[in-house]
Design a protein around this ligand. Structure first.
Ligand SMILES: Cc1ncc(COP(=O)(O)O)c(C=O)c1O
Length: 418
């Protein structure tokens, strides 16, 4: 026996994954983009219209973000050089944090290398103290929506809680949440309710107002109250009249708002926003903030430009374009005879196909015709619920949308989906 035997085990595991048709590593490599208002990806010299990106407002190609990034990179260099508490904190990081706090109507914010890293550290830190001397011991109950993102699941996992401290409420079901809060009110000091704002598989959103009403009731019953933690990675910069996401759409606020700079905001990185007490504590305890580099100054400048831009007339126009594009595509797809896997008012629209082979054939044929789409198959979704996830952007122009609809109609007919 040697490490060669271990490599064989790894090879077998990869073969098992390939056999189960859930391979992720064979990505398309984008070499660049066409230089136009509605940029297309370049792959092997061919152009592709992207209908599977989270760049909901098209901000990653916006000249203001690019300019801000270039200027800051000239001034500060390409990387942070160290973690934040050593010498990796730049004024632009703080400016961005203040702008994000202001954007969400919160007291403060802090930036991480990604939203995944944010979820890992924020959940761990709010659930558990960092050391045995910490005043914050693990006396929390964590209640999570059953379809929450992997980064939330892992954030709870790393806290290594006893099984009775973890509960799952039924997807988008406030009653189920209430039952869990009621059943456990005498057992725990505090509770953390954690949910995605927008669920990325189907584009559904959590009605935060309904959760908030229940949480406020139980906040008075648990000795240290109940916190609502929302991951709104697909909501911010994509959803709501002013792009403030699920809070804006459902008319209620989170206590702890976690999101990404790498989707609607067109840059990269993650952040958390909340009350000063929470952010001060997290700056002292969140391991992926303390012991890991932050985003580069250039990226922070691009993200800051995005946050500022959303609140201008340009931002409002992009949000309106997105809304109009979404309404048009939805209406036309329905008219063509496609069905949706869920009712969604978000730029994520999941077309229900139901058959794994047809789902894969559709994305493949659309790719050959110059369109990038994502198929989502069993076991990620239940058997018979295979879907094509279409993501609409403000940067799609009428020609893009018309070309997409014409081609998906032809392929849909060829595969007898419509
Ligand atoms: C709901 C949700 N949370 C977290 C993340 C991770 O975001 P990031 O790429 O910034 O780590 C994603 C991205 O896929 C997401 O959809």
């Amino acid at each position: 026996m040697s490490r060669r035997d271990f490599f064989k085990v790894l090879e077998k595991e990869v073969a098992r994954i390939d056999e189960a048709s859930v391979t992720k590593r064979k990505e398309h490599l984008i070499e660049g983009f066409t230089q136009e208002a509605s940029p297309k990806a370049l792959i092997n010299g061919k152009t592709y219209r992207i209908f599977n990106s989270n760049d909901y407002l098209g901000l990653r190609h916006h000249r203001k973000l690019k300019k801000a990034e270039h200027q800051m990179t000239e001034l500060c260099g390409t990387g942070p050089g160290a973690v934040r508490f050593i010498s990796g904190s730049f004024k632009v990081h703080r400016d961005l944090e203040k702008a994000l706090a202001n954007f969400h109507g919160q007291e403060d914010a802090m930036v991480f290398s990604s939203a995944f890293a944010t979820n890992l550290a924020v959940l761990f830190s709010l659930i558990k103290g960092q050391s045995k001397d910490s005043l914050l011991q693990s006396e929390a109950l964590v209640i999570s929506d059953e379809l929450n993102h992997r980064s939330i699941i892992d954030g709870i996992r790393v806290a290594n809680l006893a099984s009775e401290q973890k509960a799952i409420f039924k997807h988008l079901d406030p009653k189920s949440l209430e039952e869990i809060l009621a059943k456990n009110s005498k057992k725990f000091k505090r509770a953390l309710v954690v949910t995605d704002g927008v669920f990325s598989m189907l584009g559904e959103y959590q009605n935060l107002k309904k959760l908030r009403t229940i949480i406020n009731r139980y906040d008075k019953i648990y000795p240290e109250g109940v916190l609502l933690v929302v991951d709104d990675c697909h909501g911010v910069g994509a959803f709501g009249k002013t792009g403030r996401g699920t809070e804006e759409v459902s008319g209620a606020k989170a206590d702890v708002m976690i999101s990404t700079l790498g989707k609607g905001l067109g840059a990269d990185g993650g952040y958390v926003a909340g009350k000063q007490a929470i952010i001060d504590y997290l700056r002292e305890s969140a391991a992926t903030y303390i012991y890991s580099n932050s985003i580069s100054p250039g990226t922070a400048a691009a993200a800051l430009a995005a946050v500022k831009l959303i609140d201008t007339e340009t931002g409002a126009k992009l949000l309106r374009n997105l809304e109009n594009n979404l309404a048009y595509v939805k209406k036309e797809l329905l008219a063509l005879g496609f069905q949706f896997a869920a009712e969604s008012i978000h730029p994520i629209q999941a077309i229900l196909i139901g058959d794994t082979a047809k789902t894969k054939a559709l994305t493949q044929k659309m790719f050959e015709r110059g369109f990038m789409l994502t198929n989502i198959n069993y076991p990620v979704v239940p058997k018979g619920k295979d879907e094509i996830r279409v993501q609409i952007s403000a940067s799609h122009n009428k020609a893009d949308l018309k070309a997409f609809l014409k081609n998906i109609k032809e392929v849909g007919k060829e595969l007898e989906i419509i």
